[in-house]
Design a protein around this ligand. Structure first.
Ligand SMILES: Cc1cc2nc3c(=O)[nH]c(=O)nc-3n(C[C@H](O)[C@H](O)[C@H](O)COP(=O)(O)OP(=O)(O)OC[C@H]3O[C@@H](n4cnc5c(N)ncnc54)[C@H](O)[C@@H]3O)c2cc1C
Length: 401
């Protein structure tokens, strides 16, 4: 039988990694995900298992103790994990973005210090751009760093940190005017600081408070928090890359690979919704036959499967483009936009196929229905993706008349 979301041209190593992760998802994640989600419980056993599999170091170079795998391998693993439970892919995602930013932009000392710990999953990453007053408009950041001797003093409030409580390293983007004259464009006066802290809530380092978990409609289990900096002192050698004023570009680079990752999550959740819908449609009978035998339901299944295939193909394309060393902002933007919209639609169709039972917490689709909307927002909303896509199209198709 032709299964959905197959990827051609994978190496033996890639196939082996994927098979291992798929097996872990089927045995260790799917059976417990809904129960843990309803209790909003952090999936510690699952995280420990993924640590053992080396998933936290998938893309970290081998010289730093990781597996040195490609973005494609990583994205395909994320797709599998999200098929099991989207929150688990969220636990890995911010870690992956911070490791990627360190690999691309860190000083040698920063890489040597952080990457081996991150590959082992001992140091766990979160990243922080958003503030209470802004998300899409990163250039409006108000949190600030001021130079004081051989350190910087950070003040301000951050919002929506995925893994804010459980992480021990946060890449924080703030404004830093030092060395940048008045009137410098906002994106040229921002700096990423590598902030180490204790895991947990409350004052996790002098001058740094993580107030507690934000109560969310879905995406439970993984902690999402605020972060308050009040005279937080960070040594100058914890400026990412050692030079101020580059933070905006570093973060955008991280978010770009993050977008492929969110697309992969959309693919995984949509696949699971399709699996649930196609199973239920063959079990539930109305008017003397399984509902799968009604053409209206078959059409729904056909539309859902087509969307799963299309999103997977675009996500794979975006990952391969990045792996080839080329710019992939257009492909990543398109993949993220399409996969998250299709995910929402496929989940809704699977929900409808379940009839009234889809509304019951006993059925997995109820959880997916609350999880899918997060993908429309995280790593840039649909409108922001369309702005990126539109701008790039006008570059590529510049009118020559
Ligand atoms: C569960 C969760 C986890 C998150 N994790 C993180 C994290 O780990 N780190 C982090 O830094 N952030 C995180 N975020 C924040 C997330 O990135 C932002 O919520 C997102 O970028 C949108 O920003 P906003 O919420 O401020 O919406 P706004 O920017 O206020 O946008 C509101 C609406 O206006 C639209 N809009 C905005 N500008 C334009 C425009 N120019 N043209 C047309 N439409 C526009 C948007 O598309 C949206 O529909 C998380 C958010 C959530 C919900």
């Amino acid at each position: 039988m032709a299964r959905l979301a197959q990827t051609h041209g994978l190496t033996d190593v890639q196939q082996e990694i994927l098979a291992t992760v798929r097996d872990f998802v089927d045995k260790e994640i799917i059976p417990v995900a809904t129960e843990l989600e309803h209790r909003d419980e952090y999936p510690q056993r699952i995280v420990d298992g993924l640590k053992e599999l080396g998933v936290f170091g998938l893309m970290i170079p081998e010289e730093y103790g990781g597996l040195g795998e490609s973005l494609l391998t990583y994205a395909l693993c994320v797709e599998e994990i999200a098929r099991g439970w989207m929150s688990v892919s969220g636990i890995i995602n911010t870690h992956f973005i911070v490791a990627y930013m360190l690999k691309q932009h860190g000083t040698r000392e920063q890489k040597e210090y952080f990457l081996p710990r991150m590959a082992a999953g001992e140091t766990r990453g979160a990243f922080s751009m958003s503030e209470p007053g802004l998300g899409s408009d990163v250039s409006a950041i108000t949190s600030k760093a001021v130079k004081d001797g051989d350190a910087y003093v950070l003040n301000g409030q951050k919002m929506w940190l995925t893994n804010g409580g459980t992480s021990t390293l946060v890449a924080v983007l703030v404004r830093s005017d030092e060395g940048h004259p008045e009137g410098t464009a906002p994106h040229k006066s921002m700096t990423t600081f590598l902030v180490e802290k204790e895991a947990g809530f409350g004052e996790v380092r002098p001058g740094l408070t993580i107030p507690g978990k934000i109560d969310k409609m879905g995406y439970k289990g993984v902690d999402t928090t605020e972060l308050i900096m009040d005279g937080l002192r960070i040594p100058a050698d914890r400026v990412l890359g050692g030079v101020t004023g580059r933070g905006f570009y570093q973060m955008m680079d991280g978010v770009e690979v993050g977008r492929v990752n969110v697309a992969a999550r959309g693919c995984g959740v949509a696949q699971r919704a399709f699996e649930l819908g196609v199973q239920y449609a063959q079990q539930r009978h109305t008017f003397g036959k399984p509902i799968a035998q009604h053409q209206a339901i078959q059409f729904k299944l056909a539309e859902m499967a087509t969307k799963v295939e299309a999103a997977h193909a675009m996500m794979v394309n975006a990952a391969r483009k990045k792996d080839s060393g080329e710019r992939n902002d257009l492909e990543a933007g398109m993949a993220k936009y399409l996969a998250s919209e299709y995910c929402k639609e496929v989940v809704e169709d699977a929900f409808r196929i379940h009839g009234g039972y889809g509304f019951s917490k006993e059925y997995e689709i109820e959880r997916l229905y609350r999880e899918a909307p997060m993908l429309l927002i995280g790593e840039g909303t649909a409108e922001i993706q369309k702005m990126i896509i539109g701008r790039r199209l006008l570059e590529e198709y510049r009118f020559q008349g």
